[in-house]
Design a protein around this ligand. Structure first.
Ligand SMILES: Nc1ncnc2c1ncn2[C@@H]1O[C@H](COP(=O)(O)OP(=O)(O)OP(=O)(O)O)[C@@H](O)[C@H]1O
Length: 268
């Protein structure tokens, strides 16, 4: 079943067209990667889905969630949908948490907005969500964001995003600010959450290496236009557009990596 259906989405800023006639569909439980160089329009597309674009942008086309147009909802209903049905994880995980509140308070406010639960139930729900992403729930609940590492904060942001089991998780460069080991943990975590909740994942990145393992389907974006869309296998094995070929050629091969490792001097 299609969770997200985007048809002919164009986004304009003054006289400039930044995203042009973008169409794609994401199925339940599918990991859909939107890749392309910096400035190609990936984030604007992601923002348009949650209707987070500021007033300076205008857009046309249609966006439906579970076959219902998102433009049919009132502003209040849309706010409810964001969080309950669509949630986001951003590269800048610090922006998910204000430094003045404990992490627990962020969870508590989020649960209060969407569910009617008693305080002890809200606390238990928050702690169990934190533990599902391998955080020490009781301690993190009382912590402030500045007391946590980048990897821990991104885990907390994922726990918060997945709290209400959204139908669509939009992850916009969620690992760019993290080291490679922590990035791998974060990707594994998104994968685990997807398996458990069957949510659709829209994963935005400029790094094809990150999608090689997890993506089911890939769209390649360049200068506001999707230039190629296909299954991961087709894109990886038989790319058709010269830009996709160029992106693929930028992925280090195993032999390159072996060569690089050979050249590493081990200091004892
Ligand atoms: N607030 C804004 N005002 C004017 N132009 C903008 C604004 N935000 C983005 N743009 C332009 O829209 C285009 C697409 O930007 P977008 O952030 O969607 O790219 P992206 O593919 O997500 O890039 P990145 O990988 O760097 O995040 C770029 O040319 C960018 O300069």
């Amino acid at each position: 079943m299609s969770v997200l259906l985007i048809k002919d989405l164009s986004i304009h800023h003054k006289s400039e067209t930044l995203v042009q006639s973008v169409s794609f569909e994401i199925e339940e439980g599918e990991w859909y990667a939107l890749i392309g160089q910096s400035g190609s329009g990936k984030s604007l597309t992601a923002f348009a889905i949650g209707q987070l674009l500021s007033k300076q942008f205008s857009f046309s086309g249609s966006i439906s969630l579970n076959s219902q147009s998102l433009f049919d909802f009132s502003k209040k209903e849309r706010r409810k949908i964001r969080g309950r049905d669509i949630s986001y994880i951003f590269q800048d995980y610090t922006s998910s948490f204000t430094p003045f509140y404990t992490i627990g308070k962020h969870f508590d406010e989020y649960i209060k907005t969407h569910l009617s639960l008693s305080k002890p139930k809200r606390i238990a729900m928050a702690i169990s969500a934190m533990e599902a992403v391998n955080l020490e729930g009781e301690r993190v609940y009382k912590s402030y964001s500045f007391q946590m590492s980048g990897g821990q904060l991104q885990r907390a942001a994922i726990a918060l995003a997945m709290l209400l089991k959204p139908k669509l998780l939009i992850a916009d460069e969620p690992t760019t600010a993290l080291d490679s080991v922590t990035s791998k943990h974060i990707l594994e975590l998104i994968q685990k959450m997807r398996e458990e909740t069957k949510c659709a994942v829209l994963f935005i990145t400029h790094d094809l290496r990150l999608v090689r393992k997890y993506a089911d389907y890939i769209s390649v974006m360049k200068e506001g236009v999707i230039v190629e869309s296909n299954t991961k296998k087709e894109i990886m094995d038989a790319p058709k557009h010269p830009y996709t070929v160029q992106l693929l050629s930028a992925i280090p091969t195993i032999s390159d990596q072996a060569l690089a490792l050979e050249n590493v001097e081990v200091v004892h």
